[in-house]
Write a protein that binds this ligand. Structure first.
Ligand SMILES: C[S@@+](CC[C@H](N)C(=O)[O-])C[C@H]1O[C@@H](n2cnc3c(N)ncnc32)[C@H](O)[C@@H]1O
Length: 250
């Protein structure tokens, strides 16, 4: 398992430049979804942890709206360098702390009001440990909101001018995808069923208080090609993104 995380770290360093401003607040996915759902209703004076903060755009969004403190965790030093440059002023003011590390390892941080993540939690090969960590970082009554590729979206591809199911929804074995986004890099990933995520969240102690499968909104980013992974035509048929809203109710 550690080897797959280590290889993913190298992969994210190699492809980081393709993900600058990729999916950041106020939207929760590649088709501009979620900004109308008001998933983080209170920002001012609150403390946050972002998992897989990438290029740090969501951090700036929260700081501009009065967040008291934001921790940003990411495995990739290249992503963090971009986040650091982008947020230099608020880092110097002590409002933001960037942490290089794995979501599977326990952090030493003050408990936060909100943990959020846009398209990163699903990278974990160890969701039990990752979600246990998330639960431990939250204050009682705190919120954990996160989005990820909907598995149905991943399972469906465009072939012979039709969308067809090319991967079994029930198949949850770990995959090593060669040449992911770039020649010579490998991505280790597991496609998990939505019901699996519900169970994992429940087992970690969370109450799931919201679950969203939004329709695509943003049609502008070159997705108008059914052969592309993020194709608007596919996203209109099956949800591209799911978003979980969870509470630590103790
Ligand atoms: C799709 S990007 C998220 C982009 C981010 N929302 C943004 O606005 O830039 C996924 C991020 O998760 C990070 N990541 C992947 N596996 C990780 C792990 N095991 N622990 C921590 N971060 C991880 C990657 O380095 C990458 O920056």
């Amino acid at each position: 398992m550690n080897e797959s995380i280590l290889e993913n770290e190298k992969t994210w360093d190699a492809v980081a430049d393709q993900f600058v401003e990729a999916s950041a607040l106020p939207v929760w996915g590649p088709f501009g979804v979620g900004d109308d759902l008001n998933l983080i209703p209170e920002i001012e004076g609150k403390t946050f942890l972002e998992i897989g903060c990438g290029s740090g755009r969501s951090i700036k969004y929260l700081a501009d709206r009065g967040a008291k403190k934001i921790y940003g965790l990411d495995i990739s030093s290249v992503q963090l360098k971009e986040a650091e440059g982008f947020n230099k002023e608020i880092i110097d003011q002590g409002k933001v702390e960037l942490i290089k590390g794995k979501m599977e390892d326990k952090l030493e941080i003050e408990p936060v009001d909100v943990i959020f993540s846009v398209y990163a939690i699903g990278w974990t090969p160890d969701p039990v440990m990752t979600l246990k960590n998330m639960y431990s970082y939250l204050k009682p009554g705190g919120t954990f909101v996160w989005s990820w590729d909907h598995t149905l979206f991943t399972d469906v591809q465009y072939e012979d001018e039709k969308f067809v199911v090319t991967y079994a929804y029930h198949d949850e074995k770990p995959l090593a995808i060669k040449n992911w986004k770039k020649e010579g890099v490998t991505a280790h990933i597991t496609y998990r069923k939505t019901s699996t995520w519900f169970q994992l969240l429940k087992d970690a102690g969370f109450d799931v208080v919201g679950y969203h499968e939004p329709k695509p909104k943003n049609l502008s980013r070159g997705f108008d090609d059914p052969k592309k992974y993020y194709s608007i035509q596919k996203a209109e048929k099956v949800p591209a993104t799911f978003i979980f809203v969870c509470k630590k109710n103790i």
